[in-house]
Design a binder for this molecule. Structure first.
Ligand code: AR6
Length: 166
């Protein structure tokens, strides 16, 4: 699986699946979650999420992408950061791992990730970038060929590029 990092808006990505940084109720919200709901079509996305019965932290569940260029949205729930001593690194790594597993179940060859937990949930950007790249590097998949890390700001991109050794 190839891993790349770009600066951009995840709702614009032409990949098979984009990942949403959701909450455990899958109720929609602000940040990237709000942007994805709006771009997909809020009404349809809300209805599809409501059928999933929530999602535990560290897990991932799919819906269609509706009006998005991406065929699927994989909703994952990152940890709220407290001090890093409450299972946050494991939960964040699990989000990346489980999202890839769900992508494999969907037959998605390409997937794009936002910087899960680094906004409203307060995960330190440096640690989150390290976990994102480290976890994706461990993935062996014959189905998912491309994982794209989509940074919404230049600093996050610089962290990804450093972790990737670019
Ligand atoms: N494209 C790519 N990245 C984006 C975009 C975008 N369009 N918009 C924001 N980001 P956040 P969290 C980045 O807060 O911390 C929601 O209310 C943003 O700069 O969206 O996991 C949910 O419903 C940041 O780096 O997600 C939950 O309640 C990253 O996406 C809660 O927020 C994640 O920030 C989840 O919080």
């Amino acid at each position: 699986m190839k891993i790349e990092a770009i600066l951009g808006d995840i709702t614009k990505q032409k990949v098979d699946a984009i990942v949403n940084a959701a909450n455990s109720a899958l109720a929609g919200g602000g940040g990237v979650d709000g942007a994805i709901h709006r771009a997909a079509g809020a009404e349809q996305m809300h209805a599809a999420c409501a059928k999933l019965g929530g999602c535990p932290t560290g897990d991932a569940k799919p819906t269609p992408g509706f009006r998005l260029p991406a065929k699927w949205v994989i909703h994952t729930v990152g940890p709220r950061y407290r001090d890093g001593q409450h299972g946050e690194p494991e939960a964040l790594a699990s989000c990346y791992r489980r999202s890839i597993e769900v992508a494999e179940e969907l037959g998605a060859a390409s997937i794009a990730f936002p910087a899960i937990s680094t906004g409203i949930y307060g995960y330190p950007l440096e640690e989150a970038a390290h976990i994102a790249v480290g976890t994706l590097r461990e993935v062996r998949s014959s189905i998912v060929q491309l994982a794209r890390l989509v940074a919404f700001d230049q600093y996050t991109l610089s962290l990804y590029l450093a972790e990737l050794g670019i």
